[in-house]
Design a protein around this ligand. Structure first.
Ligand code: SD4
Length: 341
């Protein structure tokens, strides 16, 4: 099995096998009992470190996971150093449109997509969950709802970094996803950027009561078609929570997460007994199989937490990391393992 796995990890051969569907489930089922420290919060990319602190303030005082995942990603939405939120890259028409969703331990969920001029789409997503009979509002309707709920409309303008990136992009106007590359340093000019400049944060938390919740918020892939919505606000794709099993979230090329219902798939794999890491890996392998030769053109990454508080992640390509915070580890940024070597 070890040899077989090594073989599969060795890129070209592995891809061929994956494309042919010859990969079995990852044999990493749960150890008998390995309860982790509660509460716990994990989130995607290095921006997750600051976001986790925002969540930890609540969790460490006995706060609910739901409140924590909202407060946590708001740190990133408000940050000027990150492409999440209104500082993010615009669509190809030069307009920033935001997607977000939130889900609690009782299958309550809310989402907004293609929302313009609102600083904290995650708060609007929560209002959709709590104050409407719906799960998702989009575009003008989402904005109308936000205004009716008392949210301010920010001016329609691009941040200095986004202006620069957009001008650069306009030179070719090519829509070509750029895989995040470790230490690429620069602000992204393609839909998926390098470290410090990712356009998405997804967060999963377990509170002291053991309840799970998750959130996900993004400016979406930069220079997307107007009206394009990715995986991030779609319950079951960008985020899914089943309190009896676990929670999962995605980042990367949204279209490829949507077509295999990424986060829900990871949760279902954990239901079958896989560890969070193994479940994320099996989901990534499925994407690689679906993409075949084109798997190298994209990046997709998952994070997951199970009911026992174990956490894990897995990515298609090198360069993904996730932030973890609990009373034992405090703040950690963990590099994720990945499939394509
Ligand atoms: C999207 N999944 O809109 C998002 C992009 C992303 O890091 O996660 N970028 O498809």
């Amino acid at each position: 099995m070890t040899n077989r796995r090594k073989f599969l990890q060795s890129s070209a051969a592995g891809l061929a096998a994956l494309a042919a569907g010859h990969v079995g489930a990852v044999a990493a089922t749960l150890p008998a009992a390995a309860p982790a420290a509660k509460p716990l919060v994990i989130s995607t990319w290095d921006a997750g470190l600051a976001a986790n602190l925002g969540a930890w303030k609540l969790l460490s005082q006995g706060g609910r996971a739901l409140d924590a995942v909202e407060a946590g990603v708001m740190v990133t939405e408000a940050s000027q150093n990150c492409c999440v939120g209104l500082g993010g890259n615009p669509d190809r028409d030069g307009i920033v449109t935001l997607d977000a969703c939130i889900m609690d331990h009782q299958f309550n969920c809310g989402a907004v997509a293609a929302l313009e001029r609102v600083k904290h789409p995650i708060q609007v997503a929560r209002r959709v969950m709590e104050r409407t009979p719906h799960v998702m509002l989009v575009g003008e309707g989402a904005q109308q709802f936000a205004v009716a709920q008392g949210f301010a409309l920010e001016p329609q303008r691009l941040s200095a970094d986004a202006t620069k990136a957009y001008r650069e992009w306009l030179k070719t106007s090519q829509y070509k996803p750029v895989v995040n590359i470790e230490n690429s340093g620069n602000r992204k000019v393609g839909p998926v950027g390098g470290p410090n400049n990712h356009d998405t944060i997804a967060m999963l938390a377990q509170d002291a009561q053991g309840n799970l919740s998750g959130s996900c918020t993004t400016s979406g892939m930069g220079f997307k078609m107007r009206g394009r919505v990715g995986d991030s606000p779609i319950i079951g794709s960008g985020l899914y929570v089943d309190n009896e099993v676990g929670a999962a979230a995605a980042t990367g090329q949204g279209e490829d997460v949507v077509r295999m219902a990424g986060a829900h798939t990871v949760v279902e794999l954990m239901r079958q007994g896989l560890t969070p890491t193994a479940a994320c890996r099996a989901a990534v392998e499925r994407i690689a199989r679906i993409k075949g030769d084109k798997a190298r053109d994209i990046q997709v990454c998952f994070i997951a937490v199970n009911r026992q508080g174990q956490h894990g992640a897995f990515a298609l390509q090198k360069g993904f990391s996730y932030a973890v915070c609990n009373a034992e580890t405090q703040q950690l940024l963990l590099p994720s393992d990945y499939l394509l070597r």
